[in-house]
Design a protein around this ligand. Structure first.
Ligand code: AMP
Ligand code: ZN
Length: 112
């Protein structure tokens, strides 16, 4: 846990969030400022600032996070598909420095 990390506080239950899924390794909650009808954030319970901090020991964790995505999408009714985004570093538009995967869908998404 990083003391001044908002997402660590959500994991610890110190900051409220609209959680839709959690297990021993992962927590999933609704983005507070959704960019699509469905906009979830998938985060590890442990504090990792970004993709830059991933080591081989995190392969199982990241594999679980990725395999969870289509299940969550189905549960949210995204039969037509979904988008995932991972912003990394200031240059990548990362604002919260606790690794997270955006899961988006259910609205027209701009193609880029
Ligand atoms: P990023 O730019 O990839 O770091 O995205 C951070 C995301 O966290 C943004 O989409 C924010 O809307 C979202 N966010 C910030 N604070 C909260 C919060 N308290 N609960 C849920 N989502 C949040
Ligand atoms: Zn954190």
């Amino acid at each position: 846990m990083s003391d001044d990390c908002l997402f660590c506080k959500i994991v610890a239950g110190e900051v409220p969030a609209d959680k839709v899924y959690e297990d021993e390794q992962v927590v999933v909650f609704k983005d507070i400022n959704p960019k699509a009808r469905v906009h979830l954030l998938v985060i590890p319970r442990i504090h990792l600032a970004s993709l830059e901090e991933l080591e081989p020991e995190h392969d199982e964790l990241t594999g679980q996070m990725i395999r969870l995505l289509p299940k969550l999408a189905r549960e949210q009714g995204l039969e037509q598909g979904f988008r995932t985004v991972i912003n990394t570093g200031k240059g990548g538009g990362q604002i919260i420095f606790h690794l997270h995967i955006h899961l988006l869908g259910g609205s027209e998404l701009r193609v880029f």
